[in-house]
Design a protein around this ligand. Structure first.
Ligand SMILES: [Fe+2]
Length: 393
């Protein structure tokens, strides 16, 4: 962890606090890269199983997006324990390809677990961005990025973790230079024509590079490689306002009373936006904090509790609590909202888990009388278990 801490310090110094491009060597170890590669393969399998529309999946062949590949992908994704390298050889039969998948956290909780602990030191130093973190990945042997030189969405800074196996070269342009060379093109396909004005960064497995949202960039990967991108979403102004308004709507559920106020100034007084927006900011902060900074909630998993078992909270997640009324608690667990009756035993359990200690379920002497404190705790443990926030020791 300390070593990771230093690596993040190095990246923050290199990038002046993520405001300019910069890279750091070996932010991830070989083992950490291997583990993420295996989890991405698993996420691909889960994507196929989810059988939803192809949200966020883009497959390129011959540098052109080819939607007919999506159907094939869903029928024949990486098998259990099959590496991305062998799957892509089998699937693309040696033809050059590129594959991008957004919102990986929708398909595999463990990716969020690993990434959240890798970036925890960064969030401690730099803060959690208000629109939260998100992940995507791309892989292939496509040469230059199929859609050419481009830049990201406003408010989304990217931190790219290169996982290998091959190296990848990343090129970044100063915005002014790019605009001059391309006459302000939104994206640019004749990459080599303007390559002379870019700064190259050679990425080996484990290296990370960060660049601000407004900088034009392109990657080149001649041989098969995989990169995972963490979007550090400061959020465009509108996004933040929208998120807070959504959150505000949940603060005061007695909005029906407002109808009684016919008078303008009385209505404004009753709305009390200041108080509600403060509560909304707190909620958003606690929600993101419960989920390692990630915006999307965890996937709900089936969970049964072993009454003789010992459990602990998965680091770096937290059970963040807001007292609602006298007897009601709202607990954020991996982005989910759990309402539960409050009692001293429950508060003790939450404290125990948040402090990283082991929870021996047998010592709680759960009595299974309806509405008893023990029963509340039992039900609470099942509900947080389903959010995939605890693990058996
Ligand atoms: Fe990009």
């Amino acid at each position: 962890m300390n070593q990771k801490n230093e690596k993040w310090d190095e990246l923050l110094e290199e990038t002046c606090g993520l405001t300019s491009p910069g890279m750091v060597k070996s932010l991830l170890s070989v083992k950490e890269c291997e583990s993420l590669l295996a989890l991405i393969s698993k996420a691909n399998g889960n994507f196929a199983k989810a059988n939803k529309p192809f949200n966020g999946l883009k497959i390129f062949k011959d540098r052109l997006q080819d939607n007919s590949q999506n159907e094939r992908f869903v029928i024949d994704p990486p098998r259990e324990n099959e590496s991305l390298t062998s799957w892509s050889k089998r699937f693309f039969q040696g033809e050059a390809f590129g594959l991008i998948m957004n919102f990986l956290e929708d398909y595999e909780n463990e990716i969020v677990e690993e990434m959240a602990s890798h970036v925890a030191p960064l969030l401690e130093k730099q803060g959690t961005p208000w629109a939260g973190l998100s992940t995507l990945f791309f892989m292939g042997d496509y040469g230059y990025t199929p859609f050419g030189v481009h830049r990201g969405s406003p408010g989304e800074d990217g931190i790219l973790f290169h996982l290998g196996p091959a190296t990848k070269t990343f090129y970044i342009w100063e915005t002014e230079d790019y605009n001059k060379l391309t006459n302000h093109a939104a994206s640019y396909h004749n990459v080599e024509e303007i390559l002379h004005a870019a700064t190259p960064y050679v990425l080996e497995p484990g290296d990370a590079i960060s660049f601000p949202d407004d900088m034009y960039h392109v990657a080149n990967t001649e041989e098969f490689s995989v990169s995972l991108v963490l979007d550090y979403r400061r959020g465009a102004k509108k996004t933040i306002k929208e998120m807070l308004i959504t959150e505000m709507l949940k603060v005061n559920l007695q909005n029906g009373d407002l109808l009684a106020h016919r008078d303008e100034s009385n209505l404004l007084k009753a709305l009390d936006f200041q108080k509600e927006s403060e509560a909304a900011v707190t909620r958003l902060k606690l929600r993101l904090g419960s989920n390692g900074g990630f915006d999307k909630k965890s996937r709900i998993i089936p969970f049964t509790i072993d009454l003789a078992g010992t459990y602990k909270l998965k680091a770096p997640f937290r059970l963040n609590v807001i007292s609602q009324q006298e007897n009601l608690l709202l607990v954020f667990s991996r982005g989910h909202e759990i309402y539960t009756p409050k009692n001293p035993l429950l508060l003790e359990v939450i404290d125990c888990l948040n402090s990283g200690k082991n929870l021996h379920v047998s010592t709680l002497n759960i009595d299974f009388t309806p509405d008893s404190p023990g029963m509340t705790v039992f039900e609470f443990l099942i509900r947080i278990g389903e959010t995939d926030v605890i693990e058996k020791v």
